[in-house]
Design a protein around this ligand. Structure first.
Ligand code: UDH
Ligand code: NGS
Length: 287
């Protein structure tokens, strides 16, 4: 069905909707993190196809999927370069209309992954009418491009077979690494918790929210859902927090008060690169 006329001086091209299955996917991919890459090299590789701010939409058809990719971040520039080098071409082949948003925690207070993802949900909607949100750690690269970075009927867990877990789930209800939720799915669970400071448990809280709101999750199979993780040491100011596991016993009663409806933060700076939009935020972190 023709939906848009793109008129040029010479001709008119009529674009239809992109097919449900993107035609140029290749399946398994070669991924390595030994190659030294710089941001400048990756910019040169990719800039012809991207719009300022890390935006892309297919030129050959109208995408059905407008997706904000949200990355919680602080001081992982080496990982960012690998992620951008691998992910942009994959997302392009998936024919998504997408933007990459790096949500950078300002200062050196305790890290808060889930709160940064909430900030990403709110801030990205100021840039476009996003209906789908993919939340991704910076150190995870899919090694099969059939793992679609879009939303499904259910909240989706994408990182199901990571190399560090021997290409298996560490446990059945694991929801960490990479996930996608539509705007409606996300609002139904009041977003993510803001109160998990430091490492651990916030992904389990999100899983519980989904179940407590009567939903279940979907996943790709363990062949398509394979990932490589960039190996790294534990970060400073993101120590395992012993209070976090205990909080999981109270998710059902706390989730209505702790979430997108209680989110407070201050945007300090927004920088648009051709590869991404970099949003630095003060999340009022304890020291
Ligand atoms: N993140 C940052 N900066 C930080 C902390 C976390 O950008 O200082 C982001 C980043 O997107 C990362 C995600 O939050 O991928 C998850 O944090 P994480 O990588 O600390 O979690 P993971 O479970 O590692 O991957 C925990 C430490 C493992 C130490 C293993 C030593 N062999
Ligand atoms: C669980 C954590 C999750 C974490 C998962 C995998 O124990 O947040 O391990 O961790 N839950 C709690 O701490 C309550 S990993 O092996 O990647 O370090 O995602």
């Amino acid at each position: 069905i023709p939906t848009t006329d793109v008129s040029t001086a010479a001709s008119t091209v009529v674009l239809g909707a992109c097919p449900d299955t993107p035609p140029k996917l290749v399946g398994p991919l070669q991924v390595d993190f030994f190659t030294r890459r710089t941001l400048d090299e990756v910019r040169k590789e990719l800039k012809g196809s991207l719009q300022e701010g890390g935006r892309y939409k297919p030129t050959e058809c109208i995408s059905k999927h407008k997706v904000a990719i949200i990355i919680p971040f602080r001081n992982r520039y080496e990982h960012l370069v690998h992620w951008l080098h691998y992910l942009h071409p994959i997302l392009r082949r998936q024919q998504l209309d997408y933007g990459v948003y790096v949500i950078n925690q300002d200062g050196d207070g305790i890290f808060n992954r889930a709160k940064l993802m909430n900030v990403g949900f709110v801030e990205t909607q100021k840039y476009d009418s996003y209906e789908c949100f993919v939340f991704s750690d910076i150190d995870l690269v899919p090694i099969d491009d059939r793992n679609l970075y879009r939303c499904f009927d259910k909240p989706r867990h994408l990182a199901v077979a990571m190399d560090k877990f021997n290409f298996q789930l560490p446990y059945n209800t694991y929801f960490g690494g990479v996930s996608s939720l539509s705007k409606a799915q996300y609002m139904r669970i009041n977003g993510f918790p803001n109160t998990y400071w430091g490492w651990g448990g916030e992904d389990d809280d999100i899983y519980k929210r989904i179940v407590f709101r009567g939903m279940s999750i979907s996943r790709p199979d363990s062949v398509i859902g394979k990932y490589k993780m960039v190996k790294h040491k534990r970060d400073l100011h993101n120590e395992p927090n012993p209070k976090n596991p205990d909080k999981l016993g109270h998710t059902q009663s706390t989730m209505d008060q702790d979430g997108i409806n209680s989110l407070k933060y201050t945007v300090k700076k927004v920088e648009k690169d051709v590869l991404y939009t970099f949003i630095t935020v003060d999340v009022d972190a304890p020291k």
